[in-house]
Design a protein around this ligand. Structure first.
Ligand code: 5GP
Ligand code: MN
Length: 344
């Protein structure tokens, strides 16, 4: 089985030229960086550093604790905690990589700084409807993860042979987390061919699984039980679940950033469920974060655009509402009612 060549001959030349000329490179991932964003940033950073580049990986804010094991994590500049360091790197750099996002808006507070940075950009992403944001754009919404595209590009550039175990671990983490540990969006033989090639680099995939999924605190598990037992509303006609998490409840369960990760998937375990909606008060801004997940033919991205100022993938999308959480719940109920036909 062949590994796909993502870059056309012309794009490969463009890549070689842009990277070749650059000395100081910034590698960016989206706000609320997940396993795929962190995996791609860290893998590319290590690849470029091995090629002798000065690289600063930056994300708008911190990644969740269950990703802190990732090789190279200490290098990542979380803009919210280290603003001047990020600013300095963006001022000095001569090339910017944009990984795992389709719009500069996904950089949130970091967006204006990146817009004002005159360095050329290379984008690698797998979200639908990419904005024209870079001189070189490698975008494929059929890919399971940005890490999949990045693996193929590194392979195409001849970097598989010398790929380190640590780069392979980062790429594997992105593939695993963006497919719910290969539970969705992963029905392709070529994906598993890539996984085999990563395992051949000596990664411990079982350990990576435990690092990510068996790393909860007791209070996180109790919060999960509380949400499912006391907070989840279920709409049997619409095959839809809805729950809302307030800041007060987060305090009660010693919430730390990232603790709510994955909760929105839980109601999908109820047989026949088509849609799950989670609402969560943001701990930093006066907005409610919305997450949508569906199984089958319900378009989460359309619902996110229409009701929640957001977007995303067909079966996984998100957005935010600038209103109190009680009102956000009302909006979510209205959204469910408005889509009832599709959900029945
Ligand atoms: P999550 O529910 O994990 O926060 O987000 C799931 C997916 O929805 C993300 O991968 C991203 O594609 C999309 N998404 C989440 N929040 C937003 C948002 O505020 N705006 C847009 N356009 N997409 C979002
Ligand atoms: Mn991704």
């Amino acid at each position: 089985m062949e590994v796909r060549n993502y870059l056309s001959t012309q794009q490969a030349e463009q890549w070689t030229q842009m990277v070749g000329e650059a000395r100081n490179i910034v590698v960016l991932g989206h706000a609320g960086p997940d396993g795929d964003a962190m995996g791609a940033i860290l893998a590319l950073t290590q690849y470029l550093q091995a090629a002798g580049k000065k690289v600063v990986p930056i994300t708008p804010n911190a990644c969740p604790d269950f990703l802190r094991w990732m090789p190279g994590i200490d290098q990542v500049v979380f803009f919210r905690n280290k603003q001047s360091k990020a600013k300095e790197a963006l001022e000095r750099c001569d090339l910017v990589f944009c990984l795992d996002f389709n719009s500069l808006q996904r950089l949130e507070d970091l967006c204006p700084l990146v817009e004002n940075c005159s360095a050329p950009r290379i984008m690698i992403d797998h979200h639908l409807d990419p904005e024209p944001m870079a001189a070189l754009m490698v975008s494929d919404s059929n890919a399971s993860a940005t890490c999949e595209i990045l693996f193929c590009i590194l392979h195409q550039l001849g970097a598989y042979e010398s790929m380190t175990r640590s780069i392979a671990s980062c790429l594997y983490c992105g593939l695993m987390t963006d497919t719910g540990a290969f539970a969705y969006n992963s029905n392709r033989a070529d994906l598993f061919h890539i996984i085999a090639m990563l395992i051949a680099k000596g990664i411990d995939k079982d350990q990576i699984y435990r690092n990510v999924y068996y790393s909860y605190t007791e209070s996180r598990l109790r919060l999960m039980g509380y949400l499912m037992n006391e907070k989840m509303e279920y709409f049997p006609e619409e095959h839809t679940a809805l729950f809302a998490l307030t800041e007060k409840e987060m305090k009660r369960f010693n919430y730390v950033r990232g603790d709510a990760e994955g909760f929105v998937n839980l109601p999908l375990q109820i047989k026949g469920t088509k849609l799950s909606i989670s609402l969560r008060e943001d701990t930093e801004k006066p907005v409610v974060r919305v997450s949508l997940r569906s199984i089958g033919d319900f378009p989460c991205n359309e619902m996110a655009e229409r009701f929640f100022n957001g977007g995303g993938h067909f079966n996984a999308a998100g957005g935010s509402l600038p209103k109190p959480i009680e009102e956000a719940v009302v909006t979510a109920r209205k959204a469910i009612a408005a889509c009832a036909e599709k959900l029945k």
